[in-house]
Design a protein around this ligand. Sequence first.
Ligand code: CTP
Length: 437
Amino acid sequence: SKRFRNVKHLMKDRLPGKIYNILVEIGVLADQVGMNAYVVGGFVRDLIMKIENFDIDIVVEGDAVVLAKKFAKLKNAKVSVHYKFKTAVVILPDNFRIDFATARSEYYDFPAAAPKVEDSSIKIDLYRRDFTINTIAIKLNKEDFGALVDYFGAQSDIRDRKIRVLHNLSFVDDPSRIFRAIRFAVRYNFDIGPHTERLLKHAINLKLIDRIVGQRLFLEIKYILCEKEYLKALNMMKNYGILKFFSNSINFSEESLEIFKFLDKLINWYSVQINRNIEIWIPRFNLLFHSLKRGEFIKLLERFEFNSNYKKYFASQVFKSRNAAIRLKKNKNITNSYIYNTLKDLEDEFVLYLSAILGEKFENLIKKYYTYIKEIKLEINGNDLKDLGYKPSEKFKYVLDKLLELKLDGVILNKGDEIKYAKKLFEEIESGRNSGN
Ligand code: CTP
């Protein structure tokens, strides 16, 4: 059969020793059970493009479950098996994860010009995949370790910077590939090949996007929104007429582009200043669907099959953010305690969304919220109030909240002030001048 170039040296150069050794070990075990094992797909694509990607997908000619279990035993790892699909996930003690799949070599559902029955399983498995750039594998068995397996021109399409399907029914078989084509095109700055683009447009015209199940559709838009060049992707989606499959109310114009860019600037500031990882898709998602009214927005979340708790949570955060933005814009006299109370129930992802819609005029307000307002804490707590002789009750929360507001607004400065004002607030409550709620 065909002989391919060997990329063992590229692997040695580009991969961390740990990853390289895992691949060697899998090859050795595969020899022991008399199977062929390959690392496939994105890992190999990115390796030959010299882009870091350590998500290992193994395809086995033979039962992948057998090989996965053997490997897990060797590595003292956990393995979780899907017997029906003959796939397995191995989780190493350091939580590194490796996917094993049995080569899918049924040939009955192939369109014309597909591989022949006598072709190897790996070839048929690769032929089923989305784009030529993903139809590439590296053999791991000892004798051929590092041999690149490339039947469908993956290397040449990577060189040409082209996204191409393998056959005319690719988007019909799996319409989610419409989104994947766009995602890979913007990620690698590749073009969609002209024939593939015709097929893609045809699939869009046939409204095949409506057939994508909700959770899948959601993941595709989420992945796109996580890409660095997601704005290019959204622009392509607009030009192909894809955005209307989410909602007819989407407004993705030159003007909104500026708001997205401002959002990204804020996210940048946030990730430098605040050492916390955010779900970057969330503020982008909310901006993309900002022009949807409440009912439309909730319908969209239902199309995406958000479960009912998450749907409630997500929608409430979005509409709290929108309302907060309106109130902040109206308010002429914004105090620290007002900012605090307006933002305190919002997750950071939603505060960033809100900041983007508020615009540059409010940039400093948001920065002050994160660097100053959120840092202010009382020095006393419920125990101190008990020590002062008060009986724990719901009044404690009222008093402590009120004290924090006073502190945020600079009325009280230190522990002494806090105690003094605590007593005063309790007196007010007792004397009925203030109901406490
Ligand atoms: N695949 C496909 N059709 C799909 C989804 C996936 O043919 N609708 C194939 C692709 O060839 C891909 C492989 O399954 O190489 C693994 O899918 P995934 O992990 O989603 O793709 P990656 O190429 O690893 O992409 P990423 O870098 O975004 O993880």
